[in-house]
Ligand binder design. Sequence first.
Ligand code: ZN
Length: 339
Amino acid sequence: MKAVVYYEHGGADKLIYEEREKPKIGEGEALIKVEACALNRLDILTRRGVVKTTATLPHILGGDIVGYIEEQKGSNLEIGTPVLVYTAITCGRCQACLSGKENRCQFLKMIGFHTDGGYAEYVRVPIRNLIPLNPKIPLEEYAAIPIDYTTVWHALVERGSLKVGESILIWAGGSGAGTVACRLAKLMGATVFTTVGSADKAEKAKSFADYVFNHYTDDVPKSVKEATGGRGVDVVLDYVGSATWRKSLECLAVGGRMITFGGLSGFSGDVDIRAFYTRHLTLIGTYYGTKPDLHKALEFVEKGLLRPIIDSIYPLKDAQSAHIRMEESKHFGKILLKP
Ligand SMILES: [Zn+2]
């Protein structure tokens, strides 16, 4: 099969399109013929070696997978069934798994991060990660869903408990996660503030956010304070990390909560401890989401409420160009690879 692999960490030029052996499946596993695989920032951090994984090199990236069952051992699912892949491989036996909190499994592995992923014609995954589809939108668009939608749903609905009438600042509203978060927050009845990095992205973001700022040229905390009469917002969703951490805390109203599920610009940030407690702030960490989160998000997509915003689709062999587009932040929405 054709696949994109890297043999050493580094730039996009380390991604090599080549012939690889088709994976062999064991009991309880399925071989998926990949229809499309979406890019995530995690792919870039993993390729660069910034985020460490236990996977050995050479490695195949890609955790956002939709495709067809090519082969399977241990279920009655029919060959050729279109399926979406839940990205987290969990033990199914620990206390977290048994209480429906599988994204807290102590043995959690992410497909495409800890194991070979979907930058290939075929990928091997556990059968219990499969969600059979009766596609309501073009099949390839489903690739935008597993990571961003599940993560964002868990962050805003389950962990963040965003409420109708609240205000939320979502950094980088043009990213895959940002486009989902802004629209979900609107559906939940919140007033949405977001940031983008260019004028043309600002135009697009205005279709789903109430306030749009430029995170390079605007003083975001000052702009948020001005727009809220000096109060600040109830919630900030920050997955940018070091570059925005302090500003996020400044944007919060008294009693506000900050949700984070990433650190794309770096993993350290400081906190003004006195401001933190005197202003009654809450920090909420969250990682990926559960299968029910993915199912609920999927329902919203299929009802036409949260259709994926696709930036571009690249042939798998052009994975380097796709990575460069993401690294240069030229995209708005999701970038897909198609074998
Ligand atoms: Zn577990």
